[in-house]
Write a protein of this length. Structure first.
Length: 138
């Protein structure tokens, strides 16, 4: 069995955004040389997420709107966490969207379903954050 590890770094210039990272994960898979196995992709920060969904701008807008209704950024004083930071909403959004995804690797390809893409969700941006890609298999 082989193992591959790489960190992907992102600096999203706005507070909230969803970025398709499927191409970067595919590059990692090619670099790994693994043909059969599993790929773990996870956010290494507690105010960011990795998830799988459709790459469609209307859906991304709807998800952002829904998350903002669920855990609104402001007013900041509605959250006990917001003492020296103002990102309690980002922690809650990450809890809903999840930390990671695991994708099967088959014949050297990510075994994604129709329309499925891997996304990095940023909920407290404007600084560098990383995503871990760990691939194991043969």
């Amino acid at each position: 069995m082989k193992s591959y590890r790489k960190e992907l770094w992102f600096e999203i210039p706005v507070r909230r955004a969803m970025r398709n990272i499927t191409p970067e994960v595919r590059t990692c898979l090619a670099e790994s040389g693994i043909r059969e196995g599993l790929a773990l992709v996870n956010a290494m920060h507690i105010t960011a997420s990795v998830f799988i969904n459709d790459d469609e701008s209307g859906l991304h807008h709807d998800m952002d709107t829904w998350l903002e209704k669920l855990a609104p950024e402001k007013p900041y004083n509605q959250y006990r966490h917001n003492t020296f930071e103002d990102n309690a909403d980002a922690h809650l959004k990450r809890s809903v969207m999840g930390r990671e995804v695991v994708v099967a690797v088959t014949n050297g390809e990510l075994d994604l379903g129709p329309w499925e893409q891997i996304f990095y969700g940023e909920f407290d941006g404007k600084r560098r954050k990383r995503v871990l890609v760990k691939i194991i298999g043969a």
